[in-house]
Design a protein around this ligand. Structure first.
Ligand code: SF4
Length: 323
């Protein structure tokens, strides 16, 4: 279905936009302080752990569908608050911070245990049968969904009531629901986020998410099931994932995805502490470079835009930028 896509996380009302971020106190100096040459890195500095299981808590919600201001979307649905994928770059942590959630991102998930019942009531109202983004703040197919099945139940309600849905995920768990989605195929699109096809890098950056090649499998099987598919390539991490973008575009072409979207790393509140901690532990030589890209004058993303546009065009891909 054309026109259904999800470029980025929902921006809650009152949340500051993605205006150029100010350097957090001491960011550049901190980067320089922690800089180490690559030769000093040892295996012991690498984070080999997968994401620990988050603490899961049941909460009640008063509403299920929210209005969305994202392009192409009318509503958003977020059955979970927090995300067990624990991506180091996730800027939903900013939203959580604003609401006083200071726990480590990825360490908790609030489950809106009554969301399906609330949605079922809302779906009976005379709402316009528009496009619902599933999900726009966290991943609706994060690990807790395997047992709680709230996303599955909500999708069924939405589709049975005539809504269209656009799913965006980093999890192959969505394949569990492929039969349901295919039943309403003309009202469903499936988008997958891939930042890198390097499994080890993905495990470090997105420790709780599916292996990137499993995500590719999601696109492939969704396409075969007759669903519209799209690929979200972002956030592109300077000097870490930009080298593998051509390979990702080759995959997009081979899968004939409907659209490719590119996004930069959004340095919203809470993101720099997470990213800088990650770099310090894994790629310390990159700290000063990041400080220059995000708080200095490096025009990394502008240059990348030109290159990516050319690469996507040469492969005949429909594409757009979220920055
Ligand atoms: S999957 Fe999305 S919501 Fe979840 S941690 Fe990663 S970026 Fe954040």
């Amino acid at each position: 279905m054309s026109g259904i896509r999800q470029p980025a996380l929902e921006t809650p009302s009152g949340w500051p936009g993605a205006e150029k971020a100010k350097a957090p106190e001491g960011a550049v100096n901190a980067a320089r302080t922690f800089y180490q040459p690559a030769c000093l890195r040892t295996a012991a500095t690498l984070d080999e752990s997968a994401a620990p299981s988050p603490v899961v808590r049941d909460v009640a919600c008063r509403s299920a569908l929210g209005e969305s201001r994202l392009p192409g979307y009318d509503y958003c649905l977020n059955p979970y608050v927090g995300c067990g994928h624990a991506c180091v770059y996730c800027y939903a942590r900013s939203y959580a911070l604003r609401r006083g959630r200071t726990e480590r991102w990825g360490s908790y998930v609030d489950v809106k245990s009554n969301v399906a019942e609330v949605l079922a009531r809302e779906a009976k109202r005379s709402l316009r049968r528009g496009v619902v983004g599933v999900s726009t703040l966290t991943d609706a197919y994060q690990p807790v969904e395997a047992t709680r099945r709230l996303t599955q139940r909500c999708l069924k309600i939405l589709l049975e009531n005539g809504f269209r849905v656009a799913i965006q995920t980093k999890s192959d768990l969505v394949l569990r629901d492929l039969e349901l989605l295919a039943e309403y195929g003309d009202r469903v699109s499936v988008g997958v986020t891939v930042t890198t096809l390097d499994k080890e890098a993905a495990r470090r950056i997105e420790p709780g998410a599916s292996d990137p090649w499993r995500r590719v499998e999601v696109l492939s099987r969704s396409k075969s099931a007759g669903l519209e598919t799209w690929l979200f390539v972002g956030p592109i991490l300077p000097f870490l994932t930009d080298g593998g973008l051509a390979e990702i575009l080759d995959v997009a072409r081979s899968l004939n995805v409907g659209e490719v979207l590119f996004d930069r790393l959004n340095m919203r509140p809470g993101v720099w502490p997470s990213v800088s901690e990650f770099l310090r532990a894994n790629y310390p030589e990159l700290l000063p470079k990041y400080a220059e890209v995000f708080y200095g004058n490096d025009r990394f993303y502008e240059s990348l835009k030109e290159r990516l546009g050319a690469e996507a065009s040469s492969r005949g891909l429909r594409y757009s930028f979220c920055y």
